[in-house]
Design a protein around this ligand. Structure first.
Ligand code: PEP
Ligand code: MN
Length: 340
């Protein structure tokens, strides 16, 4: 980190600042110019409050030269993280994970039927929302605890591990037997929730918020990892831009950018990204080509009658066709080593 001091900064105040920084364990590198001086800070600056430093009378500007995230940073952990899900599936470090299933768990027959068909097409993990973050309070909100029970039955019937979204930290006990806990886009910066998930050892799928930067996504992962849970995968599910033709704008460049900066696996959600059935396959294939470590795709047995997100849901047949195409191009997916 570099602190640029104000022109003709008061010597006593500069001394106070340098003493304070030294007391906090930093090595300082002073560069004194005829009118303006700089302090180079050597040490872990991740806990330093930039706003506080910037507000000091003698400080002109503060620039970070190192990323504020540590646990998620590839610099400190060069090898890809590999996450094991209940001994049945793996993601990261060359292990590709296909997650598929309906937006919401609706009935026993629906979730069992979708679980069996996506399993037959080669999916590794079954998705299904039990707590649904809906824009309208009048829309279907999910089956809550009953939905998680049905997912567990579908796991039993299909052998697939299950992923479902948590919206409230008070619901955590209900997730005890869930294999991967999803943090949805709207909760990406629910820091108390993230801290609590950091206390568990469960694999977490952390989705990027609709208006969040990649660095903010990494800082949210850092919240979970700082608590001791390193089993975090990141999910790009598109952001809001000026474009309204698809539901959101899928930021595929997030894949190589994340691979460059972090060792955590990167998942793409082409369903919530586009919101449109016919856009899901092209975006899924593009994500695999760009090096995604996994995909999460909505599949419904009867999309026109789905209680949520039918418009973007693939039929089991469409998913089967897509899964074959994905397997065919998987070996050609771009890997981060090719950056070097
Ligand atoms: C979901 O995956 O069910 C979901 C609600 O996604 P997002 O948080 O990306 O909107
Ligand atoms: Mn959905």
């Amino acid at each position: 980190m570099i602190i640029i001091l104000k022109e003709n900064a008061n010597t006593r105040q500069v001394e106070n600042l340098t003493n304070w920084l030294k007391q906090r364990g930093f090595d300082l590198h002073m560069s004194v110019g005829s009118t303006q001086s700089l302090i180079g800070l050597i040490g872990d600056t991740s806990k330093l409050d930039i706003d506080l430093l910037t507000s000091l009378d003698v400080v002109d500007t503060v620039r970070r030269i190192q990323e504020p995230y540590k646990s998620a940073n590839r610099k400190f952990h060069p090898a890809d993280t590999v996450i094991d899900v209940a001994g049945k599936a793996k993601i990261g470090g060359g292990n590709f994970m296909m997650i598929a299933g309906p937006c919401s768990v609706e009935t026993h027959d629906q979730i069992i039927s979708v679980a069996q068909s996506v399993k037959a097409s080669g999916a590794h993990v079954l998705r299904g929302g039990a707590f649904k973050p809906r824009t309208s309070p009048y829309s279907f909100q999910g089956l809550h605890g009953k939905g998680i029970d049905l997912l567990e039955e579908a796991r039993e019937a299909s052998g697939l591990p299950i992923i479902t979204e948590i919206m409230d930290i008070n619901h955590l006990p209900l997730f005890e037997n869930v294999d991967i806990i999803q943090v949805g886009a709207r909760n990406m910066q629910n820091f108390e929730l993230l801290k609590e998930l950091g206390q568990t050892k469960k694999p977490i799928l952390l989705k990027r918020g609709l208006a969040n930067t990649i660095e903010e996504l990494l800082m949210s992962a850092e919240y979970i990892m700082a608590g001791g849970n390193e089993n975090v995968s990141l999910c790009e599910r598109a952001i809001r831009t000026v474009e309204t033709a698809p539901r959101n704008t899928l930021d595929l460049s997030a894949i190589p950018v994340l691979h460059k900066h972090t060792h955590l696996p990167v998942v793409i959600d082409p369903s919530h990204a586009t919101g449109i059935n016919e856009l899901v396959a092209p975006m899924a294939l593009a994500a695999v080509a760009a090096g995604a470590d996994g995909l999460i795709i909505e599949v419904h047995n009867d999309p026109p009658h789905a209680l949520c997100d039918g418009k973007q849901s693939l039929t089991p047949e469409q998913f089967d066709d897509l899964a074959k195409k994905i397997r065919a191009i998987l070996p050609y997916g771009f890997r981060k080593e090719e950056w070097a």
